[in-house]
Design a protein around this ligand. Sequence first.
Ligand SMILES: [Ca+2]
Ligand SMILES: [Ca+2]
Length: 97
Amino acid sequence: MNAALVESAPGGAHRGAAPRKGTTVTGSNEYAPTFALIDTDKDGFITLGEFKQLLDLLGGGRVSDETAASMFGQMDGDSDGKVTLDELSTYLQSSGS
Ligand SMILES: [Ca+2]
Ligand SMILES: [Ca+2]
């Protein structure tokens, strides 16, 4: 009968390894919470419709469709009709709040 060999782990050799900073971590974007608020159907894109909903909430419906589309176009860097987290981040950074 084989005696199960229990490997004796070298206990406590490398304790306290801190999570590295500066690595690329999905979801660490500071604008991610904002993006998630606007992306109401959580498909990873902000559409013009979702953006208008936001404007309605913020502006009480005082923002015209034209203005909304214009603002959306500024955020939509590659003009594919959808704003990604990347595009939103770029827009918010360049607009400086
Ligand atoms: Ca969406
Ligand atoms: Ca886009």
